[in-house]
Design a protein around this ligand. Structure first.
Ligand code: SF4
Ligand code: SF4
Ligand code: SF4
Length: 261
């Protein structure tokens, strides 16, 4: 019987499928932004499911599944477990799948209150659980953070997945990339930015384009050495940073029934 620890052998022309759960499908659309490299990628794989462009029902096993979105009800939980059972490799694709993303804001409220505000008095007819990222429900082999994902990282992760190589999610702060890009720090402009606390890997995408970092790639394990200095220097309230960070990072560990611990 096959176990999780058995070595994974990927076919010469791997069957790759995209699936979406609770999300805006913006990360799937990012595939179209890969540009010419997309043609090379498409030449190396066989895309058997991709809801944005095709509705084919493929009934064999997958080499690689790329999953967008969070798990927010029992049906989704059953569905992701079935997909996982048919997939050699599973990639959590985008913030909704990797950390719960903006869907995690649901977890700030009482579940029944939320159901009532969305579904009205008949809310008990509609299934709903606290938001969970994929890794809280099934085994995840690769993670691509970001809302939306940063297209060059998708290529890197796909290359690793197709070759059976590990991919290490960057765990240094966005500030490191921001400095290399010679941006003027948002704090110097009197604007709070979550770069010191957020995992890099997006090439400081938002700041390069005149915006702040919103923390969409999740919390770095070791914040920038100057993170606390930033709080002191700019007289910030730690609650302000935490509240801003919650927008993408509110999901707490949940048990297999979707109950928060
Ligand atoms: S991570 Fe962001 S862009 Fe991607 S599906 Fe979720 S909400 Fe949409
Ligand atoms: S705080 Fe924001 S703007 Fe300043 S260096 Fe870090 S990422 Fe760049
Ligand atoms: S700069 Fe921050 S919010 Fe923007 S993509 Fe990078 S991690 Fe996400």
């Amino acid at each position: 019987m096959k176990t999780e620890n058995d070595p994974v052998t990927i076919a010469a022309k791997p069957k790759v499928a995209f699936f979406d759960f609770a999300c805006c499908e913006g990360c799937q659309l990012q595939v179209a932004n890969i540009g010419e490299t997309l043609l090379d990628v498409l030449g190396a794989i066989d895309v058997v499911e991709f809801r944005e462009v095709m509705s084919e029902k493929y009934d064999k096993d997958y080499d690689v599944v790329i999953i967008e979105g969070s798990i927010t009800d029992h049906h989704a939980e059953e569905r992701i477990k079935k997909i996982r059972a048919r997939a050699k490799v599973l990639i959590a694709y985008g913030a909704c799948a990797a950390t719960g993303g903006v869907n995690g804001m649901k977890n700030s409220f009482d579940l029944d209150e939320i159901r009532k505000s969305v579904y009205g008095d008949d809310y008990k007819l509609f299934d709903s659980t606290p938001t969970r990222p994929l890794h809280q429900v099934v085994k995840v082999d690769y993670t691509i953070n970001g809302c939306p994902i940063y297209p060059p990282e998708l290529i890197e992760v796909l290359k690793c997945a197709l070759r059976g190589l590990p991919y290490t999610v960057p765990d240094n702060p966005v500030c490191a990339e921001c400095k290399l890009n010679e941006n003027v720090c948002m704090y110097e402009r009197g604007v709070a930015c979550l770069g010191p606390w957020t995992k890099a890997g997006c090439n400081s995408w938002c700041v390069n384009n005149g915006n702040i970092c919103y923390g969409c790639r999740g919390e770095v394990k070791n914040p920038a050495k100057n993170a606390n200095d930033v709080i002191g220097k700019y007289n910030l309230k730690p609650e302000l940073i935490k509240n801003k960070f919650d927008m993408y990072n509110k999901c707490k560990e949940a048990d297999t029934n979707g109950n928060r611990k």
